[in-house]
Design a protein around this ligand. Structure first.
Ligand SMILES: [Zn+2]
Ligand SMILES: [Zn+2]
Length: 294
């Protein structure tokens, strides 16, 4: 029996993709399960994965970029109407409280309608949350213990997004490290050291440049300019492979693909070309709904 079960819900980014939703993954161990990030499509992917949102014990946000948060409204609503009877614990960087309140505000009328309609069948607390804005530093530090799953946060470098976190999830001697969105940075290298699994975002400059050229050729200068800026705060395949190799991780799982190439597309081989020359452990190119036993 596995110690931790990881379900990839969204393996994409803010860029529209029919195959890859925004960031999100459930990690379960023992009787507990947590969600890390809740980007666009993640609540829907939970239905596909047959994971009831009402059963989640806590939600963790790595940072407050839209592709990591915007399905939170549907997560709250499906959890509540799915039978949740207590405030949902939510952990994240400074600003998480205001973001959560914004979602709750958007749902306020709906909660009122449904309570008026269904009465005591639904919990009167509606979409209440118990928000924990946490501080992190370059060294991973335990910020929550959910059942017997221990979650530590560390700062990563996704400037101008400050603060942005990576997370370390541990249970019974097994460790999974999530990079969040970041460039290569010493805090990530230290947190990844010795991890059983590293779940890393990845950004391929060459494939992105090809898309930028196409956009410029069709005079879509705004989109081309935004994609050019995106290069400044993500981690390229070679750096991911080097971090994983230096850290000695057993299994590298790639996610948050920018650009969002489909796993079975020919371009994906180009995306990850050269990584296995640097990192010799097991490497997985995740798709939405992939599951991994750890
Ligand atoms: Zn992102
Ligand atoms: Zn981001």
């Amino acid at each position: 029996m596995s110690v931790l079960d990881l379900t990839m819900l969204g393996t994409g980014s803010p860029l529209p993709s029919p195959q890859r939703c925004g960031g999100g993954q459930v990690i379960a161990g023992g009787a507990s399960s947590i969600l890390i990030d809740c980007g666009w499509g993640v609540a829907r992917r939970m239905q596909d994965a047959r994971i009831a949102s009402a059963t989640l014990d806590a939600v963790f946000f790595t940072h407050l970029h839209s592709d990591h948060i915007t399905d939170f409204a549907d997560l709250l609503m499906t959890a509540w109407t799915g039978g949740r009877m207590s405030p949902l614990p939510v952990y994240g960087p400074a600003g998480t409280g205001a973001t959560v309140e914004g979602f709750q505000q958007a749902l306020k009328a709906d909660v009122r309608y449904r309570l008026a309609h269904h009465g005591e069948k639904l919990w009167s607390g509606g979409v209440a949350c118990e928000v924990h804005e946490v501080e992190a530093s370059d060294e991973a530090r335990v910020i929550a213990t959910i059942g017997d799953i221990e979650v530590s946060a560390f700062l990563v470098d996704h400037r101008p997004v400050v603060p942005a976190f990576g997370y370390t999830v541990q249970r019974a001697g097994r460790t999974v490290v999530f990079t969040g969105d970041t460039v290569r940075c010493p805090s990530l290298e230290r947190a990844a050291a010795g991890a059983d699994v590293l779940v890393s975002e990845v950004f391929n400059y060459e494939l992105m440049d090809r898309r930028i050229s196409l956009l410029r050729a069709t005079h879509n200068d705004l989109a081309a300019g935004l994609l050019t800026d995106a290069k400044e705060y993500h981690i390229p395949p070679k750096d991911v492979a080097e971090v994983a190799a230096q850290a000695g991780v057993g299994h590298l799982i790639l996610t948050h693909f920018i650009p969002p190439v489909a796993t079975d597309a020919e371009e994906m081989q180009e995306f990850v070309a050269g990584m296995s020359d640097i990192f010799h452990g097991k490497m997985s190119i995740a798709s939405d709904l992939d599951r991994f036993e750890i």
